[in-house]
Ligand binder design. Structure first.
Ligand code: ADP
Ligand code: MG
Length: 626
């Protein structure tokens, strides 16, 4: 029998293939099972168009048989089989896909899910096998042929016997080496787990004899090993099922089976799109924060399937960072895959899908906010921070998507409110959306700066997270209302008569303030009469883009030690302290200096800013005492 040579550069190509196309060896099984599935599909398709053939679904299956003694792994199918010529062209020519040709010949037939297209998957078998033997009998033929190859060396084809139509692929598994374990591909549990991982949703049953330990009949404690043929794939992908037939429990089971998380999903989304790009997706929002979520280790992404075959474990491009908490999968028949089927060739389809999913996730969250507030708040407590980061990053490019999903604690409602809720109940004379920043709700409630705004009856949003104010700065305004910190220099509140009076008062005491300003010349830009204080003697306000709270956050980061807010010391003219200051100004300049410093340091303390010179501060305190 004459050995035939692979055509053209086949030898080199084969070697390259075997060693470099796939990142994981275990995918050889995915490739062979996909081929078997295609072969059965073709038979099914033929039966649809040829009345003389009947297709009884139960007769069509894939069977895997590991044999440790013989060191073989056999993958058999009851598919269409191959003639001698087909064995030669399809398996003797690398990058020749009989399946692609079949698809082209039978074009425009819907619901036809042939997987193969590149004509290389079969050779993945050589990643784990020294010898690959294919025994096949084609539909409508009495003859069977055996194709055999040891890889780059070439192949042989000889006649053989086979009782039924279909194909057996027999792999003689390689011996273990020091680095590599090949024995595992003969282990039941390993085969089962590879099938589960990549081929769980192949539409035909994948059968295997599975050994289980069972109670001996008539005995209570004696077990015996029982071998039983089992179907080891789930076959029907849940995402192809009708939504109406599925219960929440089904989705929860899927979430658990897929190990998307240890918790239960808070909500799920089942999407079937039949547009220019067809895809199905099931997405979940987890209930709990994954333990590594806010760390660099966390990898976002969705599982990507092509025709029910897993292509990518975590396709990051399907999710924007701000929705990185979403788990789930996408299956599409319209993806152009690269040759290893581990990556996409063009990301155009992917971009369309991603854009689409983005919209759907947003809508889902928004309807959750509207219809199930409690659930939404649970979600927001876990992932709200991520949404705020999203609003902040890329210079606010995503604010349109995210601003309606944000919640902040409200001074009035004493609970979380949305910006929409805030704006919709603003009194007519209120021009701004007011917020106060601080370490905790408790501390903000005690902030002197909130007095005036609260007194006006305006609602204040409490910002307790570092990111809050930064996110808001990027959003800039909501429904044409700008955001304003209660600590900002100008509060933008219509001035009442008494306040106008304070303007005159400011002028009356101009020299006093000038004097105080001189004392604090290195620390504040100005000293002024306050329009926002009611019961507290002093506070700090800021001017310009960087607020005091932002100064704190920024300075806590490396390289930002010099960031400073422009501060203004505000004095309450209605407080007794003001009288004391006036008195000192006329009678005792040293005292004025002492009091000014004390007041400034108190204002720092209230803000939660460090006192620049604590020793000097305590000495000053002592001076007041003695
Ligand atoms: P692809 O599946 O991308 O076409 P493969 O290298 O996996 O490429 O397979 C090459 C060709 O060999 C297939 O297109 C198909 O025509 C044929 N083939 C492979 N396995 C089988 C099988 N089990 N039954 C029938 N034909 C097969
Ligand atoms: Mg293939």
């Amino acid at each position: 029998m004459a050995k035939k040579q692979f055509k053209a550069e086949s030898k080199r190509l084969l070697e390259m293939m075997i060693n470099s196309i796939y990142s994981q060896r275990e995918v050889f099984l995915r490739e062979l099972i996909s081929n078997s599935s295609d072969a059965i599909d073709k038979l099914y398709y033929k039966a649809l168009t040829d009345d003389s053939l009947s297709f009884n679904k139960d007769d069509y299956y894939i069977k895997i048989v590991p044999n440790k003694e013989a060191r073989t792994l056999t993958i058999s199918d009851t598919g269409i089989g191959m003639t001698k010529e087909e064995l030669e062209t399809n398996l003797g020519t690398i990058a020749k896909s009989g399946s692609l040709a079949f698809k082209k010949e039978n074009e425009a037939k819907d619901g036809f899910d042939i997987i193969g297209q590149f004509g290389v998957g079969f050779y993945a078998a050589f990643m784990v096998a020294d010898v690959v033997t294919v025994v096949s009998r084609a539909l409508g033929s009495d003859e069977a042929y055996k194709w055999e190859s040891k890889g780059a060396d070439g192949y042989t084809i000889v006649p053989t016997e086979k009782e039924t139509v279909g194909t057996d692929i027999i792999l003689t598994i390689k011996e273990n080496t020091e680095e590599d374990n090949y024995d595992e591909y003969l282990e039941e549990y390993r085969i089962k787990s590879i099938v589960k991982k990549y081929s769980d949703f192949i539409r035909y049953p994948i059968k295997m004899d599975v050994t289980e330990s069972k109670l001996k009949e008539g005995s209570e404690d004696e077990y015996e090993s029982v071998v039983e043929e089992k179907v080891i794939n789930s076959m029907v992908p849940i995402w192809k099922k009708n939504k109406n037939e599925l219960s929440t429990e089904d989705y929860e089971n899927f979430y658990q089976e897929k190990h998307y998380g240890f918790d239960k999903p808070l909500t799920h989304l089942h999407i079937n799109v039949d547009g220019t790009i067809r895809y199905n997706a099931i997405l979940f929002v987890p209930e709990n924060i994954p333990f590594d979520y806010y760390s660099e280790k966390y990898e976002k992404g969705l599982e990507l399937y092509s025709n029910g075959v897993l292509i990518m474990n975590k396709c990051a491009d399907l999710l924007p960072d701000y929705f990185s908490f979403v788990k789930g999968m996408v299956d599409s028949e319209d993806l152009s895959l690269n040759i290893s089927r581990e990556m996409l060739q063009h990301d155009r389809q992917l971009k369309v899908i991603a854009k689409n999913l983005n919209k759907k996730i947003k809508n889902e969250l928004q309807s959750l906010l509207k219809n199930d507030r409690e659930k939404y708040e649970t979600f927001f407590k876990s992932f709200g921070r991520q949404l705020k980061f999203g609003a902040y990053s890329d210079f606010g490019a995503n604010k349109e998507v995210l601003q309606d999903l944000l919640l902040f604690y409200s001074s009035k409602e004493k609970k979380l409110v949305s910006l929409d809720e805030y704006v919709s109940r603003m009194p007519e004379d209120q021009k701004f959306i007011y917020y106060a920043t601080g370490e905790s709700i408790d501390r903000i409630e005690k902030m002197p700066q909130t007095e005036m705004v609260a007194d006006k009856g305006y609602e204040i949003l409490y910002f307790t997270e570092d990111i809050d104010e930064f996110a808001i700065k990027m959003i800039m305004n909501y429904k044409e209302k700008e955001f304003k910190s209660v600590s900002s220099g100008d509060l933008g509140i219509e001035e009442s008569e008494s306040q106008e009076k304070s303007e005159t008062k400011q002028n009356e005491h101009k020299e006093l303030f000038e004097q105080m300003k001189k004392v604090l010349v290195d620390h504040v830009k100005d000293v002024r009469l306050s329009k926002r204080l009611k019961s507290h003697p002093v506070c700090l306000a800021s001017e310009g883009d960087i607020t005091i709270e932002m100064e704190k956050v920024l300075r806590a980061m490396p390289d930002n030690k010099d960031v400073k807010a422009t501060k203004i010391l505000e004095i309450n003219p209605n407080h007794e302290v003001f009288e004391v200051l006036k008195d000192a100004f006329t009678k005792d300049q040293d005292k004025l200096e002492l009091y000014t410093k004390l007041l400034y340091n108190q204002a720092l303390l209230i803000e939660g800013l460090p006192i620049e010179d604590p020793v000097a501060f305590t000495n000053d305190m002592c001076k007041v005492m003695v």
